[in-house]
Design a protein around this ligand. Structure first.
Ligand code: BG6
Length: 532
């Protein structure tokens, strides 16, 4: 299924001129205070504060708001502002000066505290009450839990005990954004859910999956349900199989090993991001574009993922772990040599799985999912391989198929989530000449060429939605539950199988060769990652 190298010459992408929609209707209107737990952490510095900065610059934030950082490091408001200002400055793509009186920097405040110390939650409450009164924030509060998952229950209990969470019927709203991972298996996810829902109504909970904030992920629904020419083909009648790939070149980056060794790619990527992609590509059209209708349809897909028996797990999954390798003459550590990783670790850094969606539309169509670290290229994509025509009309006189496309990759639709965001469609075409000979050609759409404008970062979109009270792009408790039910059955299956022989792939290769067995005895096979 390798695609030919993309040649842009001859491809013309046009776009009907439209008037840009003004931002006014999407602005967060209510004044608010957002509290970031884990304020000195990576996510906060790299994603959350920059996202708020961009939202402020683009005019999406209301006139009155406050951002309160909460973490253990002792710091004053001034010190926090200066630290964040410098972070923003260092990330400014065009070197634009981030001034100390920038409205976002000015809105920053800091509360030193411990997640397990109730006293500091009372101090936080005092600070928030003061800001409320000074800035007239109307008591609206949003708490962002950007901390290790073991702190989620503790923080929620302490917020509730300090009287920081209001009832959903209260005019002033309280919302909590929870980062992944939401649990580590079905039992722990249910336990966490019980704690969270004892203090909050489902409508106040925003479980974040940053993949849903990506433009190209949102475009899956726009593409499928905003056009009439593709959707009728999305079914067992016309689709041979679907490949969903999320490949990364990164390893443990020197700091993630301790977390990752308890997670593995199954918990880190598949339970959340990849199953969300699966839902979006397989779901039925929602009756409306609201949170309930969209999430209802996603849940229907997840419900079809029945728990697997150990035998089914052995047949439907392939695990991998990268070993030591080399890149540009330098040694690249194997996973077991990474900091924080058990030298005998059996944690998977690669997984490929074959999934069945047993419903009317998709019965019998294999969905093949793979994700891994230290693969040759960073690429996330969904490739829909349509069936070949029922009759080989284009045969030569001897009955051979030399006149057909050289390889059976035509009739392929690829949605490129990242990078090179876009969509390509490959089909067979008559090669110029005196005889009828078919060749595969590709029509390519690149976001960057068609829309010469900046796409908002995933966290910008998700933060704005949470501030506006729109939960469409956040996961609901039943989605999380069904996803864990499936993933946990795989972990339980693995526990009963002989331990895998790790390491079993070299860094920057396509993962273990064994992954091809998921296609059965005959081709097709996985798309080559280098060509993707
Ligand atoms: C995170 C995972 O959720 O997603 C990381 O914990 C992974 O391991 C990251 O690297 C990938 O996100 P993106 O947006 O870079 O594809």
């Amino acid at each position: 299924m390798a695609l030919p190298t993309r040649v842009k010459a001859g491809v013309h992408v046009s776009r009907a001129a439209t008037t840009e929609t003004a931002y006014e209707p999407l602005r967060a209107r209510d004044p608010f205070a957002i509290v970031i737990f884990g304020a000195s952490g990576d996510l906060s510095k790299r994603k959350l504060i920059p996202a708020l900065y961009e939202l402020q610059a683009a005019g999406y934030l209301p006139d009155r708001y406050a951002v309160v950082g909460f973490s253990r490091t002792p710091m004053s408001d001034e010190q926090y502002r200066e630290a964040m200002r410098r972070e923003l400055q260092s990330r400014s793509a065009d070197g634009t000066e981030v001034a100390a009186d920038n409205p976002l920097v000015h809105a920053l405040h800091y509360q030193p505290g411990n997640n397990d110390d109730r006293e500091t939650f009372l101090q936080l409450k005092e600070k928030l009450d003061r800001l409320d009164a000074e800035l007239e924030l109307g008591g609206n509060r949003i708490f962002y839990l950007s901390v290790a998952p073991e702190f989620f229950p503790l923080i929620i209990r302490n917020l509730a005990a300090a009287g920081l969470i209001r009832d959903k019927s209260d005019q002033a709203w309280s919302r909590v954004i929870i980062e992944k991972p939401f649990g580590t298996d079905l039992a722990s996810a249910r336990e966490l859910n019980a704690v969270v829902t004892s203090a909050l109504d489902e409508s106040q909970i925003y479980r974040i999956d940053h993949y849903l904030g990506k433009e190209t992920v949102q475009n899956i629904l726009s593409f499928r349900f905003g056009n009439s020419i593709f959707e009728p083909l999305f079914s067992r009648k016309y689709v041979d199989h679907v490949q969903i790939t999320v490949a990364e070149t990164l390893g443990m980056e020197g700091r993630r090993g301790a977390y990752y060794d308890h997670a593995g790619v199954m918990r880190d990527m598949v339970q959340n991001h990849m199953l969300q992609l699966l839902c979006l590509i397989a779901m039925e059209p929602p009756s409306a574009l609201d949170a309930q209708s969209i999430r209802d349809e996603k849940v229907k897909v997840l419900r079809t993922l029945l728990p697997l028996t150990p035998k089914e797990v052995a047949a439907a999954t392939v695990r991998g772990q990268y070993g030591v390798g080399e890149c540009d003459g330098a040694v690249v550590k194997g996973y077991r040599q990474e900091e924080g990783v058990d030298p005998k670790s059996l944690t998977e850094t690669y997984v490929a799985l074959r999934v069945r969606i047993d419903n009317w539309r998709w019965a019998g169509v294999p969905f093949l999912l793979r994700s891994g670290k230290r693969l040759p290229k960073r690429v996330s994509e969904i490739a829909v391989q349509f069936k070949q025509p029922p009759l080989l009309l284009f045969r030569d006189a001897e009955g051979g198929d030399a006149l057909a496309p050289s390889h059976a990759s035509a009739n392929l639709l690829v949605m490129r989530i990242q990078p090179d965001e876009g969509i390509s469609l490959s089909f067979a075409c008559k090669r110029p000449g005196m005889r009828i000979q078919l060749e595969e050609v590709t029509m390519d759409f690149f976001y960057g060429e068609a829309f010469r404008q900046r796409s908002p970062e995933a966290y910008e979109r998700l933060l704005l939605d949470a501030l506006r009270g729109d939960a469409s792009l956040f996961t609901r408790s039943d989605e999380v539950d069904y996803a864990w039910r499936f993933i946990t059955s795989i972990h339980e299956g693995w526990a009963q199988l002989p331990p895998p022989k790790f390491p079993n792939y070299y860094p920057f290769t396509d993962g273990p060769d064994e992954a091809n067995r998921l296609f059965g005895d005959s081709p097709p096979a996985w798309r080559s990652l280098r060509d993707a």
